[in-house]
Design a protein around this ligand. Sequence first.
Ligand code: GLN
Length: 274
Amino acid sequence: MRMTVDDAIVYGKGRVHSDLAKMLLADLMGINSLELLMHLDEEVDEEILEVYKYRVDELKKGRPIQYIIGNVNFCGNTLEVNENVLIPRFETELLVKETIDRIKRDFPHPIKLIDLGCGSGAIGLSIKKELSDVDVTLLDISEGALEVAQRNACNLKLDVHFCKNDMLNGIDERYDVIISNPPYIRTDEEIEDIVKNNEPHLALYGGVDGLDYYRQILSNVSKNISDQYLIAFEIGDLQREAILALANEYLTDFNFECLKDYSSRDRIVFISNK
Ligand code: GLN
């Protein structure tokens, strides 16, 4: 059956949130949701309509729109995402922005940075895009995630290194900045179905107390930090004190700073010796 853009929107609205329906249709037509309104009377191409209906169905079944469309905007860049990587969150943009500010302020010389558990590459690539002379390494244990990160680096024309490894285990290299948004959800924590049913559990869960990866990173981090260093973490909103305790256990003479996210919850931690 033939449909105009308007008909297609009505079709979508009957099944999913109207904004999301418009986003799906606009994406397939190669325009944005606002431009869609200028084409309301036009007939939708048959192939597009077919894919659109399929995608509306996927959305209705609970698949995140970012995986359906296949990309997200993060810090102003378009990044490919698929089921092998976590969908980058707004809070993580804050981690990137605040870290860039600190690199500019505290490190006047060229530095080496590693993004641990890089997923799509959102963090490391956004930093490289902004600070081109930072030597950036993206590390993940997941081959599937590294493939996505590699394609994102290539699309953004960013020259970075890739490393497949379990955090810093067995790595002796020193870095000026170690940054990570590791999995930090507790095993028994209730999370939204759309997250739990779609996003990689490897990127979400951090063990019984959610702290496994901070413990893994911090317990050996002294072998991987330069004389002057910055460790930047995204954290779960109730993990601040536990992470401070871990830092106290494994590091000496450091500064500890915690920033809140847009919902006023503890979300970002900086550990540094400056
Ligand atoms: N912020 C993500 C969430 O709340 C979790 C990301 C993570 O564990 N690092 O779903």
